[in-house]
Design a protein around this ligand. Structure first.
Ligand code: GAL
Length: 638
C-alpha cells in the first residue's frame, strides 16, 4: 500500500492555522532536527478552509503542506468534520446532538453534531471529498485521519429528532415486522406493545427504567451510526486518494463498536493520555492513584495498545501521546522525568508503527492553553522534547521489534459493555472494568495478551483464553470454545443473555459438552465480599452455578466458584484483583505457561526478539539482577 511505514517513526500534532505563516518553516525544521518525521495537521481547521459556506481557502493549507513536506516531514491530514463551523448551524439548525435529558449540545467547543443527521452528514462528506480531491495524490501526505476521536465528550448517543427518525428506520430494517420487534423485546410486559415502527421513541425520559432490550437496540443503533458515518467519510477519501486511512480512537470509549469501524480503515490509532486517564477514567483505590500519579496506570496503556493492534488488524499507531501535564482531568500533574520515553517505548514494544506527541507547541489561547506541548508557548523547549529526542536516538540504535502471538487471548465485546450498561443489576458493574480486570490479572503475571473480537472462530493458537462478561456467544466463538484444547475461563456473566438482552431458554452458558448453568445472580455493594475456599474473594458479582460438571473450587459457603470441563471452566463471580491473579496463574500453569512474580509497578512485554521491562514506579526496582530506574525502561535480547 502506498505510504505504508516501513520503519517505526515519531510524529507530532501541529496546527499551522494557530501560528503565523512565517513560523512554519522554523517549526518544521525543529521537528525534523528532534527526530520527528510525521506531522498531523488539519483536523480542526474547517473554519479556516471554508470561512463561509462554499468560500474555499486552500492556499494556506497548500502552503503549510508544502513547507512541512519540504522539511522532510510526512503528513497525516485530518478531515475537519469534528468541528463544523458556526455557519453550518444556520444551514442545519437541528444538526446538534441532544443529551439524555433532552438538552441540545450547543456550538462553542467541538463534536457538536449528530451522527444521524443527514444534512450535516452530506456537508461532512462534501468537505471530506474536496480535501481528498485536492490532496489525494500529494506526495507529502502519508495517511489520512478521518474525523477526530469518535465518541469523545460522550457524543455517540444522541436523543435528537434526527436520531429518533433514523432509529425507527433502523428498527424496521432489523425486525421487518412490528410483531417481531414486540416479541423480541417482550413488550407484552407492562403493555408496551407498539402498532407501528413510527410509534417508537428513544429510550430516554421514561418514568422508570425503559425496557433494556429497547435500550440495547438503541445503543446498537447509535454504534451503527458511527460506523456508517465513518464508512461514508472513508469512501469519500478512498475515491480520490491513495494513502491509507486512520482514525484516532480514545481510551476507554466503548459506546461504539471499534471492530466495526476498524474494518473500514487501514490503520488503527489511539490517543494515549496515561495521567489524565488515571485520574479521569479508571476505578482504582486512592493509594493506587497516588502511587502512579505521575506515571499513569501500569496496564491502561498496554490494554489499549493490544486492543487497537487487533482493531487495526496488526497496523496501529499512537496518534496522540501526552507530553506533559494535560488540561482536562480534575487534576493534572506533570509526568515524572522518563515517563514520556517509557510510554513511547511501551507502544513500540506492543507493535506501534508510530508514536505522535500531542502537541508541538502549547497554545496560549482557548480551551487547551494549560495543556503542555513539546514546546512552551514561548517556543522554548518543554521537558517532553528532550525525551522525544532521546527516543528518536534510541530508535536509530534499536532494531525493529517483531510481535509474535501471545499465549493468552482476551475476548472483548463492545455490545456486551452496552448490555451491562443497559441492565447493570449491580451499581458500578461495567463491562470494560471487568475485561480490564481480567487483562490486568494476566499482565500482572508478565504475560503477553492478544485481544480478540467476539466473532473469533479459532482459538487454537492460545493455550489460555479469558472470556469475561460476554453477553451471548457468537456462533463461531461458541464452536471455537467447544472445540478448544486449551483452557478457556468463561465468565463471570458470559453467555447468560440473548442478543435481545433476555434470558435464554435453556439458560446459559450453553457450551456443548459442558453441563454448567448459571441459575441465579447476586450483586454486592463494594463493602461486601464472599470468600473463596482457595483464598481471596469475589466482589460485586456472583452467579449460582448448577449442573453435573466438575466443581474445581468453591466459595467458602460451599457454592461452586469455578466449574466446568478439563478445558472450559466457568467462573462464577468477579474476583478481587489478587484472586483474579491467582486464578489466572493456576490456569496458566495448567497449560504450561510460565508466569512471573513481578514487583509492584514493574511490567514486562516480550517481543519475538526482546524482553522489555517497564518500571512504572517512581523508585528503582531490581529484577533478575537488573536495576531499572524509577520511570525507566530496560530491554535485552531474549
Ligand atoms: C484529545 C484530542 C485533542 C486534544 C487532546 C488534549 O482528546 O484529540 O484534540 O484535545 O485530547 O489532551
Amino acid at each position: 500500500m502506498s505510504g505504508a511505514l516501513t520503519q517505526r517513526a515519531l510524529g507530532v500534532c501541529y496546527y499551522p492555522e494557530h501560528w503565523p505563516e512565517a513560523q512554519w518553516a522554523e517549526d518544521a525544521q525543529r521537528m525534523a532536527e528532534a527526530g520527528i518525521s510525521i506531522v498531523r495537521i488539519g483536523e480542526f481547521a474547517w473554519s479556516r478552509i471554508e470561512p463561509r459556506s462554499g468560500d474555499l481557502h486552500w492556499a494556506w493549507l497548500d502552503q503549510a503542506i508544502d513547507v512541512l513536506g519540504q522539511a522532510g516531514l510526512r503528513i497525516v491530514l485530518g478531515t475537519p468534520t469534528a468541528t463544523p463551523p458556526r455557519w453550518m448551524l444556520d444551514l442545519h439548525p437541528d444538526m446538534l446532538a441532544v443529551d439524555v435529558e433532552g438538552r441540545p449540545r450547543k456550538f462553542g467547543s467541538r463534536r457538536h453534531y449528530d451522527f444521524a443527521h443527514r444534512g450535516y452528514r452530506d456537508e461532512a462528506r462534501r468537505i471530506t471529498r474536496l480535501m481528498a480531491e485536492r490532496y489525494g495524490h500529494n506526495r507529502h501526505i502519508l495517511a489520512w485521519q478521518i474525523d477526530n476521536e469518535y465518541g469523545c465528550h460522550d457524543t455517540v448517543r444522541s436523543y435528537s429528532p434526527a436520531a429518533r427518525d433514523a432509529f425507527q428506520r433502523w428498527l424496521a430494517a432489523r425486525y421487518q415486522t412490528i410483531f417481531a420487534l414486540n416479541e423480541a423485546w417482550g413488550n407484552i410486559f407492562w403493555s408496551m406493545d407498539y402498532a407501528t415502527f413510527d410509534e417508537i421513541d428513544l429510550p430516554n425520559l421514561t418514568v422508570t427504567e425503559p425496557n433494556p432490550a429497547h435500550v440495547l437496540d438503541f445503543y446498537r443503533f447509535a454504534s451503527d451510526m458511527v460506523q456508517r458515518w465513518n464508512h461514508t467519510m472513508a469512501t469519500a477519501v478512498r475515491t480520490h486518494a491513495t494513502q491509507p486511512l486512520i482514525h484516532n480512537y480514545m481510551g476507554r470509549i466503548v459506546e461504539f463498536d471499534h471492530w466495526d469501524v476498524g474494518r473500514d480503515l487501514d490503520i488503527a490509532s489511539w490517543d494515549s493520555y496515561p495521567i489524565g486517564f488515571l485520574s479521569d477514567r479508571l476505578e482504582a483505590s486512592e493509594t493506587h492513584k497516588s502511587r502512579f500519579l505521575r506515571q499513569g496506570d501500569p496496564d491502561m496503556q498496554a490494554f489499549h495498545h493490544d486492543l487497537y493492534r487487533a482493531v487495526g488488524q496488526g497496523r496501529w499507531w499512537v496518534m496522540e501521546q501526552q507530553p506533559g501535564p494535560v488540561n482536562w482531568a480534575p487534576y493534572n500533574p506533570a509526568p515524572l522525568p522518563g515517563m514520556v520515553r517509557l510510554w513511547s517505548w511501551e507502544a513500540f514494544a506492543h507493535g506501534a508503527e508510530a508514536v505522535c506527541y500531542f502537541r508541538w507547541r502549547q497554545a496560549p489561547m482557548a480551551q487547551e492553553q494549560m495543556h503542555a506541548g513539546l514546546l512552551r508557548p514561548d517556543s522554548a523547549e518543554a521537558p517532553g522534547l528532550a525525551e522525544a529526542r532521546a527516543v528518536a536516538q534510541e530508535m536509530r540504535e534499536m532494531p525493529e521489534v517483531s510481535i509474535g502471538k501471545a499465549q493468552v487471548a482476551l475476548i472483548f465485546d463492545y455490545a456486551s459493555c452496552w448490555a451491562w450498561d443497559a441492565q447493570p443489576q449491580g451499581a458500578g458493574f461495567d463491562g470494560f472494568a471487568l475485561a480490564f480486570a481480567a487483562y490486568r490479572a494476566a499482565r500482572g503475571l508478565g504475560l503477553n495478551i492478544d485481544i480478540l473480537p467476539p466473532d473469533t472462530n479459532d482459538l487454537s493458537d492460545y493455550p489460555l483464553v479469558l472470556a469475561p462478561g460476554l453477553l451471548s456467544l457468537s456462533a463461531p466463538l461458541r464452536k471455537a470454545i467447544a472445540a478448544h484444547k486449551g483452557r478457556v475461563l468463561l465468565g463471570p456473566r458470559s453467555d447468560v443473555k440473548t442478543d435481545h438482552l433476555t434470558i435464554p431458554l435453556p439458560m446459559g452458558p450453553n457450551i456443548p459438552g459442558v453441563d454448567v448453568t448459571s441459575v441465579r445472580t447476586e450483586s454486592l455493594p463494594p463493602s461486601e465480599t464472599i470468600a473463596l475456599s482457595g483464598g481471596g474473594a469475589m466482589v460485586s458479582w456472583i452467579e449460582e452455578l448448577e449442573g453435573s460438571a466438575e466443581v474445581f473450587e468453591t466459595l467458602a459457603d460451599g457454592r461452586p466458584a469455578i466449574m466446568g470441563s478439563l478445558y472450559c471452566r466457568v467462573l462464577a463471580g468477579w474476583p478481587d484483583a489478587e484472586t483474579y491473579g491467582r486464578i489466572v496463574r493456576e490456569a496458566a500453569h495448567a497449560m504450561d505457561i510460565v508466569t512471573h512474580d513481578l514487583p509492584d509497578g514493574l511490567r514486562i512485554r516480550d517481543t519475538a526478539s526482546h524482553r522489555f521491562v517497564f518500571n512504572y514506579s517512581a523508585d528503582p526496582i531490581t529484577w533478575h539482577s537488573v536495576t531499572i530506574p524509577g520511570a525507566g525502561v530496560h530491554w535485552a535480547d531474549k
